[in-house]
Ligand binder design. Structure first.
Ligand SMILES: [Zn+2]
Length: 478
């Protein structure tokens, strides 16, 4: 994930130090990551990804971002459930700032489910930090200094539509006075708190935040709602979160094909197809709706001050409604001119496949627990790796086979769509399972690609006998 080409915001970070966060945070550098040991515990984080990333530019984030993020994490956990460690429990927690211009955050755990994990690792990319800083600053200076405001920044991003993808957007940041600076810090804190609260929501309420059978977008929105309800009463309006998401929407819309090629070149999917939940405009709009809902039931909340909140909301909705840019042209010439090659991110996304293939030599039966009914079995959300996965379930040994895991996909309505889903999935699996033997088989009611490595076995199956469906299987040893 050594992306320098997309790291388009050079922040003037020398002034971004808040005195009240100048504590001594245990932060170390590993490869292209700054690792902040937020909570100690008996587990340890898998940080091998960091070793493959360049640490150029990382030094600008040291000394302020670590303190700042830890303060936001502490605050988010207290807001989530009352005290430090109330969400993480006895687990160790690392906050990892990862050098990547691609704006994202995620929570990972080295087990089949968060409940079984002893360690949480929350990754936050430097690209996301840049985004939050730029969005909050430019939003706050919009009326006094429109040339450096959010509208101008969004227009500069949009202006690259239909052009070459190799570009840099100049930093919208500039020297601000002490008062604006304090507002920027408070605003950015609220955004990080929301993001970290969203990750804690996954921990507290499970993968889809207590919901079942949702689309990826609706599942993530459920976690947004959880985070919003717990984190929002900080006095800073939700408009800060909304405008940060709007900026992300413009950026991802422009780079939709380019990022898809970077993450999974073999599948030919665009970014929005790999991550349907990265529909930032819809999520921003749903947060605006939550804001209204909240202010209708609690008129005394700081973010519901009349008539200010209605004006801020109307302004936030104008940002949401700004049309998104078309793709930049993802030419192979542009790619070779970049520092990073297509496919750089693929290794990271194969991490979940590795979790399963590693477990496939031990036993799924014990992971399944005592659940008898299918609906009670542990569900593993594989959306990160495979687009459009509904869920994976672990089954015990049955008459025909050893214990196994099946990942079902949302049924497609057209045969064509199912066929292409099956093909994409087989390609994605092949690119993750390097060195595995592969074989393909077609029968009257089934098409399958099998992967073998020693006694490990995985398969992508397109089954047409009882309704068309695509599945990924991971087998345990017989
Ligand atoms: Zn999430």
């Amino acid at each position: 994930m050594k992306i320098k080409a997309h790291s388009f915001l050079v922040l003037l970070l020398s002034f971004v130090v808040h005195p009240s966060f100048a504590q001594n945070v245990p932060a170390t550098v590993r490869g292209g990551c700054i690792v902040i040991a937020a909570r100690s515990g008996s587990g340890s984080s898998d940080l091998s990804t960091c070793d493959r990333i360049q640490n150029t530019n990382l030094s600008v984030y040291r000394g302020w971002a670590a303190d700042f993020l830890l303060a936001a994490f502490d605050d988010a956990e207290r807001s989530t459930c009352g005290t430090i460690r109330c969400a993480g429990g006895s687990r160790g927690v690392d906050l990892v700032i990862l050098n990547s211009g691609f704006a994202w955050a995620s929570v990972s755990f080295n087990a089949m489910s968060i409940q079984q994990s002893k360690q949480l690792t929350i990754f936050i990319s430097t690209g996301l930090i840049d985004f939050v800083e730029a969005a909050t600053t430019s939003y706050l200076v919009q009326s006094d200094d429109p040339a450096n405001g959010l509208r101008a920044w969004l227009q500069r991003i949009d202006s690259h539509a239909n052009s070459d993808c190799k570009w840099h957007v100049e930093s919208p940041l500039h020297q601000v006075d002490q008062n604006t600076f304090r507002m920027v810090r408070a605003s950015a804190h609220a955004v990080y708190k929301f993001i970290l609260g969203h990750e804690l929501a996954h921990v507290m309420a499970g993968g889809m935040c207590g919901q079942r059978g949702l689309s990826q977008l609706d599942g993530e929105s459920a976690c947004d709602r959880y985070s919003f309800e717990h984190e929002w009463s900080s006095g800073v309006g939700p408009n800060m979160v909304i405008v940060s998401l709007v900026a992300m929407a413009h950026y991802h819309s422009l780079l939709n094909e380019r990022l898809g090629a970077l993450i999974s070149p073999s599948s030919g999917l665009a970014y929005s197809e790999i991550f349907p939940a990265a529909d930032w405009r819809t999520r921003a709009s749903r947060i605006a709706d939550l804001w209204v809902e909240e202010c209708q039931s609690d008129t005394t909340a700081p973010a519901c001050k009349e008539p200010l909140w209605r004006q801020l909301l109307a302004d936030a909705r104008r940002y949401i409604n700004t049309p998104l840019p078309a793709d930049c042209n993802d030419s192979s010439r542009a790619r070779t001119a970049e520092n990073n090659k297509a496919g750089d991110l693929e290794g990271t996304l194969c991490g979940d496949v590795k979790t399963f293939t590693d477990a496939a030599t031990t036993d799924f039966a014990s992971l399944r627990g005592t659940a008898r009914r299918s609906s009670d079995r542990p569900v593993w959300n594989t959306n990160v790796v495979f687009a459009k996965t509904a869920s994976c379930k672990i089954f015990a040994r049955d008459t025909y086979t050893g214990a196994f895991t099946v990942c079902r996909f949302t049924p497609a309505t057209q045969d064509d769509a199912t066929q292409s889903q099956y093909k994409n999935l087989s390609k994605q699996m092949a690119s993750c399972l390097v060195g595995w033997k592969q074989s393909q088989k077609t029968s009257a009611d089934e098409q399958r690609t099998d992967f073998y490595n020693g006694d490990k076995h995985a398969a992508v199956v397109l089954n047409t006998d009882d309704g068309v469906r695509t599945e990924v299987w991971f087998y345990a040893k017989d």
